[in-house]
Design a protein around this ligand. Structure first.
Ligand code: BDR
Ligand code: CA
Length: 309
């Protein structure tokens, strides 16, 4: 089993929290840092939540706080789905810990240099920290092996008819990443909506016995209601899917394509424009993940959560 260095850039967020719980149990991941960004809720709260999940999982990685707003637009949030606290209102203590003064983008660059080209960025929130790192450190693309992101969609959107939340929240930063030369693997709504967990399956995870498994179930309770109201079979595991893709792409369908982000359109702001369905007219700068074997993915989630005592 090959272990590789990663930074998880996130905005916890209920599905970010689930991803962080799973990440702790993946021996393939050498988690050099978790960096936080404004997204589902403000950055102070996403940082507090990263601390809460680190404590819950028993992990020891450093956490660096990042951007409190997008590069060029007003901040939006997703507290209607994730709750005011970003974790669905779970009663989980806030550790009294300081975070380092180093900012997320400086930590990303420093760690990338330390990893000699092996660093994988797993970005499951708006891409502002990465945008700032790219603007500040011109050699960063040569230092990063690849970026696996949760964001975008070839078709449709969840915050507007054609934009997904993470990309819509900071379309300029997202486009900077796609134009950077770093190979980007995009796990968007096309695939993450297929990776849902039904209420029964979620209960099964919660019943595993550990406090972490209970927490995994608990954070999704509020969001689950909304998914069921929308007529879905269960809540989508957006961020866990992207995280899992980084360690094992064998259960996914991936295509080498061109992807850019619409940064101007009034109706189309934040759309990830891809030539997947057209006549391959773009430079092939990225990979789009379109399908997953849901059963195997859920089995892996279950196996990882069983590792908690
Ligand atoms: C993405 O947006 C956020 O609300 C989730 O945490 C996930 O990263 C899904 O569109
Ligand atoms: Ca997220």
């Amino acid at each position: 089993m090959k272990c590789f260095p990663v930074i998880i850039d996130c905005d916890p967020g209920v599905d970010d929290a689930a991803a962080l719980l799973l990440a702790k149990q993946m021996p393939e991941l050498d988690i050099r840092a978790v960096t936080t960004v404004a997204g589902n809720v403000g950055v102070d709260q996403t940082t507090v939540n990263a601390l809460r999940i680190r404590a819950a999982s028993g992990a020891a990685y450093p956490i660096f706080a990042g951007a409190d707003k997008p590069l060029f637009r007003e901040r939006i949030d997703a507290s209607a789905f994730h709750g005011e606290d970003g974790l669905g209102g779970v009663a989980y203590p806030v550790p009294k810990e300081e975070i380092p003064a180093e900012k997320a983008w400086d930590a990303i660059y420093r760690i990338a240099k330390e990893c000699n080209g092996e660093l994988v960025l797993i970005a499951i929130g708006p891409l502002t920290n990465i945008g700032i790192a790219l603007a500040k450190y011109k050699e960063l693309p040569q230092l990063v092996k690849k970026a696996v992101i949760m964001g975008g969609a070839a078709v449709g959107g969840n915050v507007t008819p054609c934009a997904e939340f993470n990309i819509y929240a900071d379309p300029h930063a997202a486009d900077m990443l796609f134009c950077s030369g770093i190979p980007v693997y995009m796990c968007g709504l096309d695939v993450t909506m297929k990776a849902f967990v039904t209420p029964e399956e979620l209960d099964e995870i919660g019943a595993l016995g550990s406090s972490q498994a209970k927490l995994f179930r608990e954070v999704f309770q509020m969001g689950q209601k909304k998914y069921l109201e929308w007529g879905m079979k269960g809540v989508a595991l957006h961020d866990p899917l992207a995280l899992y893709y980084a360690v094992d792409d064998s259960i996914f369908e991936t295509h080498h394509v061109g992807i850019r982000v619409e940064t101007k359109g009034a109706l189309t702001l934040g759309k990830t424009v891809t030539d997947l369905y057209s006549d391959k007219q773009m430079e092939h700068n990225a990979y789009i993940v379109m399908d997953v074997n849901r059963e195997v993915f859920l089995q892996k989630v279950m196996e990882l959560m069983k590792k908690y005592d």
